[in-house]
Design a protein around this ligand. Structure first.
Ligand code: ATP
Length: 516
């Protein structure tokens, strides 16, 4: 605070004593300057370090809270919100808010304190000048009596003071630079009146410069604060958002009561992002516990949507889906999903080891033993190719399993589902052709996986359809045919027969399919 004051004093010594030991004065000026610089820099470094550490802690906590809130949102939310936007919230908005409430706040407080002290000191310096002006005025008046017109002199002096005051106070509402200019003007007048020493004027100008810089700091604090508030608003909107579907609420069925009989009753559904397109009108389907139902239908008819509704990723607009007679809306979705195994066309593998990807299926992956992983890999026909890798079960699969082939990925997904041991199984058969050996191995693994479970399979292969207990044909938002494979194929005008003629179902046995 008093650095400009002391500097002013030293300047006075140098200025008023030019014939004295100039080197001594200069040395003390340099020592003072370097002392101020070192102390100031050290204090500032400590302040910045503390603020940055606090800022990073706040950012970390914000990101964790935000991420956990994002994970609880319903799937419909992700349909409407882009991944880029969420990443932006998580990375830049949290960083902006963290900086705004730590470093920026501290910068702002410092700039505010500096500006107040600077203005106070300037007023004090100005007051000294004014007292001297009054004294000088008295003396000059006596002098003036001797020489010239009193009126002229008083007018001259009053005009000078009025100009100076207007210059100073008029500038207080303006920018830092304007204040500095105005103060220079005022300083010039004070100096011109010879009522301030050079040192006093120097400290006055240094305070003025200080105030100017501080006001610049305050304006950048304000703009950062506004950015921080904007980011905070966006973050809180997301953190406070209540998911439209419950995340971990609802009833849990008794283990012995849970058989896995599924029933869709008069379902009407449209995706939240396309409410005008009604995908299901009066969709009904019943899958008895322990049976295998193959679902077929043209591309885009809504087969995968049935799976999404069952997993409760979306709720139907009307109608009910029941499990053992209980509406799935009453069930705890988190618990219910642990009872359902899924193997999709493109299995989702994580960028970690094969063992970790298989263990992911268990309720508590940390409790899964190496033997359990090896056993399910064996049943899923995956163990032999895994052992062929130099790192075996510790082989990293790469992002989304990019280092593995399609058939290998599917067998790992089957091993994962086996470890989960679910009552209900949802399978989306791959449309992409696997080579003969891979196809055989995957099919065998799937057959083993299906044993003793309620299975809904989106079928693309003839063999799957033939082996299913019944086949349901989906078209125009409802089931139009349902029964055994042979019964459906016997209907010459049925959609099932038409579908069978299409390429996807003829891969295995063209002639057999059409001659039944
Ligand atoms: N998240 C979504 N939001 C809006 N519309 C969607 C969404 N997912 C799918 N759709 C639309 O719903 C319709 C049914 O899609 P779905 O994936 O269920 O069909 P499918 O029968 O499984 O098709 P395929 O056999 O080609 O996999 C399509 O018209 C699709 O564009």
């Amino acid at each position: 605070m008093s650095a400009p004051f002391f500097l002013g004093k030293v300047i006075d010594v140098i200025y008023t004593n030019p014939t004295g030991d100039f080197t001594d004065s200069l040395t003390s000026l340099c020592a003072l300057l370097s002392g101020i610089f070192v102390c100031g820099a050290a204090a500032n470094a400590i302040r910045v370090y503390l603020m940055q550490t606090a800022g990073q802690r706040i950012v970390k906590r914000l990101r964790a809270t935000m991420f956990s809130s994002i994970l609880k949102q319903e799937v419909g939310f992700f349909d409407k919100t882009s991944t880029g936007e969420l990443i932006n919230r998580l990375s830049s908005d949290t960083a902006l808010l963290g900086r705004s409430v730590t470093e920026n706040l501290s910068d702002g407080l410092r700039a505010g304190a500096q500006a107040s002290v600077g203005v106070g000191m300037m007023l004090a310096e100005e007051r000294i000048g004014n007292i001297r002006t009054v004294r000088a005025f008295g003396q000059e008046m006596t002098e003036m009596e001797k020489y010239t017109s009193k009126v002229d002199y008083v007018l001259q002096l009053a005009k000078r003071e009025a100009l100076a005051r207007a210059g100073f106070f008029g500038a207080t509402g303006l920018s830092g630079n304007m204040i500095v200019l105005s103060v220079l003007y005022k300083g010039g007048l004070l100096m011109g009146s010879a009522h301030m020493t050079v040192g006093e004027l120097s400290s006055f100008l240094m305070y003025a410069f200080w105030v100017g810089v501080s006001i610049g700091g305050l304006s950048s604090f304000y703009s950062e604060l506004m950015k921080g508030l904007g980011a905070g608003g966006r973050l809180w909107e997301l953190i406070e958002r209540k998911p439209e579907l419950p995340f971990n609420d609802g009833i849990v069925l008794n283990k012995d009561m849970f058989k896995g009989a599924l029933e869709f009753k008069e379902i009407h559904f449209a995706y939240p992002t396309r409410p005008e397109i009604s995908l299901f009108q009066d969709f009904s389907l019943s899958i008895p516990a322990g049976s295998v139902m193959a679902l077929v239908g043209p591309s885009g008819s809504g087969k995968s949507t049935i799976v999404s509704l069952l997993l409760r990723l979306y709720d139907p607009i009307s109608g009910t889906i029941t499990v053992d007679g209980v509406d799935i809306r009453q069930l705890n979705p988190l618990w219910f999903r642990t009872k359902i195994g899924t193997v999709s066309q493109e299995p989702v593998l994580f960028s970690c080891s094969i063992a970790e990807n298989i263990a992911y299926g268990a309720e508590d992956p940390s409790m899964v033993t190496v033997e359990e992983i090896q056993k399910v890999a064996e049943i899923a026909n995956a163990a032999s190719f895994i052992r062929d890798f130099p790192e075996g079960f510790h082989t990293l699969v790469g992002e989304k399993g990019i280092l593995l082939s399609g058939g290998q990925k599917q067998r790992i997904a089957i091993a994962r589902a086996l470890l989960k041991n679910p009552k209900i199984l949802l399978l989306d058969e791959a449309t992409s052709a696997l080579d003969a050996e891979n196809e055989y191995l995957v099919q065998e693994a799937l057959d083993r996986l299906m044993e003793g479970r309620t299975v809904l399979i989106i079928a693309h292969r003839l063999s799957t359809i033939q082996n299913a207990d019944s086949v349901a044909v989906l078209d125009q938002g409802r089931i139009i045919e349902c029964g055994k494979h042979e019964e459906l194929l016997a209907n010459p005008n049925g959609l099932f027969r038409k579908l069978m003629k299409k390429q996807a179902f003829l891969q295995n046995s063209k002639t057999f399919a059409l001659n039944v």
